[in-house]
Design a protein around this ligand. Structure first.
Ligand SMILES: [Zn+2]
Length: 106
C-alpha cells in the first residue's frame, strides 16, 4: 500500500477546495487559503486546484510572521510579536483573562 504524508494545513486546504465548504459555496474559487488556529498557527494555499508548497514547503505558514509586540508573549521561536504568540489558544486565554479578569478555557 502506498502511504502519502503531507502537511496538515495543505491537506485541509485541498480537502476544503475539492470536497468541503469551498466546493459547496465557492465552486469557482481559484485561490483558497485555509487558516488553522489551535496550539499553533498554520495555513495552506491552493491555487487553481493545486497546493502551493513553495521552495521550502512552507508557503502557507504564517505563524512566525510579525504581527505586534504590544500583545502576545515570547514565541517558542525566540521572537516576540509572532502571529503564533498572539493568536494560539493559550495566548487568547491569557489575553481574555487580562482584559476581563476571568479565566476561561478556550
Ligand atoms: Zn515565532
Amino acid at each position: 500500500m502506498d502511504v502519502v504524508l503531507a502537511n496538515d494545513a495543505n491537506c485541509s486546504a485541498l480537502a476544503e477546495t475539492r470536497l468541503g465548504v469551498v466546493q459547496q459555496q465557492f465552486p469557482d474559487a481559484r485561490v483558497v487559503f485555509v487558516i488553522i488556529l489551535g496550539t499553533g498557527v498554520g495555513g495552506g494555499l491552493v491555487v487553481n486546484g493545486h497546493v502551493i508548497e513553495g521552495f521550502h514547503g512552507i508557503t502557507g505558514e504564517w505563524g512566525h510572521n510579525y504581527l505586534s509586540e504590544a500583545e502576545g508573549y515570547r514565541c517558542f521561536c525566540g521572537k516576540k510579536g509572532c502571529n503564533e504568540s498572539i493568536l494560539v489558544g493559550l495566548a487568547l486565554e491569557r489575553y481574555y483573562a487580562q482584559h476581563s479578569g476571568q479565566k476561561l478555557d478556550l
